[in-house]
Design a protein around this ligand. Sequence first.
Ligand code: G4P
Length: 196
Amino acid sequence: MEELITRIQIDGQVLDEGVLKVDSFLTHQVDPQLMAKIGETFATAFKEQGITKVVTIEASGIAPAIFAAQSLRVPMIFARKSKSLTMNEELLSASVHSFTKQVTSQVSISRKFLTSQDKVLIIDDFLANGQAAKGLVELCQQAGSQVCGIGIVIEKSFQEGRQLLEELNLSVLSLARVATLSEGDVTFLKEESQGE
Ligand code: G4P
């Protein structure tokens, strides 16, 4: 998605150890106009699949996911990383290991929101090692829901996330695929799967 790539080139900052800071439009301050276009792009790509729910994980997945859900006219569910006071029903739960942060956390969704009738589109802001997306796939499997695809805003293609998800036979659409991150420079892979 050309507009997203241009925005990353203008506003993204490369931090040490292959981390891309995009807090001015995606992970902290959010640009709703760009998010709406991102949501529309995901919706267009997956509109033939009969999606009934969009699933993401808090916090930064929520913005692109809500716009994708709005475009598809279906509900959006975000997995919680800590149990809320009101989550008193039966839960779907999976553990997610972050290699970046070296912590394992439990992520949960109330069972009542996902059923075996659901066809799910998973959305997340970043795909790095793929552990968050894999955890969301596990939650859908526990509910008996079908995962129809995974939409990612920024994929770090030099990490193993895409490979992990493709090995699980999942279709991954990433709107920007970062090939390399070095001081002051971001390069991208150009492929059909960028959603253009
Ligand atoms: P994985 O889910 O693909 O395995 O990723 P990993 O454990 O490596 O990443 C942990 C967290 O860091 C995730 O967010 C992920 O989205 C984010 N992340 C990974 N690489 C980058 C990057 O280059 N730039 C930025 N800005 N974030 C990155 P999280 O902990 O779930 O945080 P949040 O969604 O609550 O903000």
